[in-house]
Design a protein around this ligand. Structure first.
Ligand SMILES: Nc1nc2c(ncn2[C@@H]2O[C@H](COP(=O)(O)OP(=O)(O)OP(=O)(O)O)[C@@H](O)[C@H]2O)c(=O)[nH]1
Ligand SMILES: [Mg+2]
Length: 269
């Protein structure tokens, strides 16, 4: 978790909007105040004994603050009649490719918007931007996950007129995003054929928190020697609660099942 890997502190982040109405508009957030963890770090160095209880306390308050913001996001999504999904995976599992195809196909039927997080660059926002798709890129600087406050800033920068589905592409990371509720209704975890069948066993918290697991890049599974059956068994063992959809954003196999899943979860207007 973040407090163990050292990322659990407030960091400055940026929001860049790519939308129909305001292409290229840049909004930078004010730097966040230094966190209690950073201030306390010196004390912990001098007196190492209380380090463990103090760390737990910081973690708890960090997540409690995030949960409050996530609750506000969730209420706003429901009030606006928007289905919000948080897409999580290791780097390169195919989140942006999946969303590009989804906004081109499903997005013609139901208006979609995207908030996408990366440490640096607006590459993914540019890949996702279409005249009919408002997109905000969050650059987290050093944070290896999105938090609910970042999402609120990104969503707040978009023109949400007519939007039925809000996709949130999280920073590529199978560990820390598991702890951060963003206010989504559906958490989507991607496992790609290029990663190996054992990842659900090695990174169980994120899979246990999933409503749906997408087994991606199945078009290249055979050539890679990726054992889809073993991967599916591992997903089912760790995440029996999740809907499992094997698909390929490249060949299109399984995409119709994904769109059906989205359709069934749309909020009434
Ligand atoms: N063969 C194949 N390649 C895919 C598929 N989906 C994505 N890719 C490729 O996988 C690479 C990474 O895809 P992205 O969509 O950028 O992955 P991502 O999860 O958004 O990556 P980050 O945002 O950096 O975490 C790209 O070269 C894609 O072309 C797929 O279904 N099949
Ligand atoms: Mg991406």
């Amino acid at each position: 978790m973040c407090v163990d890997c050292g990322c659990g502190k407030s960091v400055p982040f940026g929001v860049k909007v790519l939308s129909v109405l305001a292409p290229g508009l840049l909004r930078s957030s004010a730097p966040a105040p230094a966190s209690a963890a950073a201030v306390d770090a010196g004390v912990m160095t001098v007196v190492p004994a209380p380090l463990t209880p103090l760390t737990v306390q910081v973690h708890t308050s960090l997540l409690a603050k995030n949960d409050d913001a996530a609750g506000r996001n969730r209420a706003q999504f429901v009030q606006r009649g928007m289905l919000a999904l948080n897409l999580v995976s290791s780097p390169g599992a195919g989140k942006t490719t999946l969303l590009s195809r989804t906004v081109d196909e499903f997005g013609r039927e139901h208006r979609c918007a995207v908030v996408v997080g990366d440490l640096e660059t607006d590459n993914d926002a540019r890949r996702l931007h279409r005249p009919h798709v408002p997109v905000a890129q969050i650059t987290t600087g050093s944070a290896c996950h999105l938090d609910a406050d970042m999402v609120a800033r990104g969503v707040g920068a978009l023109d949400l007129t007519g939007v039925r589905v809000m996709f949130i592409e999280n920073v590529g990371n199978l560990v820390c995003p598991a702890s951060f509720d963003l206010g989504e209704a559906v958490r989507v975890v991607l496992l790609s054929a290029t990663e190996g069948e054992d990842k659900p066993l090695k990174y169980p918290p994120i899979f246990k928190s999933a409503h749906v697991v997408l087994l991606t890049k199945i078009d290249v599974a055979e050539v890679l020697g990726f054992d889809c059956r073993a991967a599916i068994e591992n997903i089912r063992r760790v995440a029996p609660q999740a809907t499992l959809i094997p698909l390929s954003s490249r060949s299109g196999e399984g995409m119709a099942v994904w769109y059906d899943y989205l359709r069934q979860r749309l909020l009434p207007r």
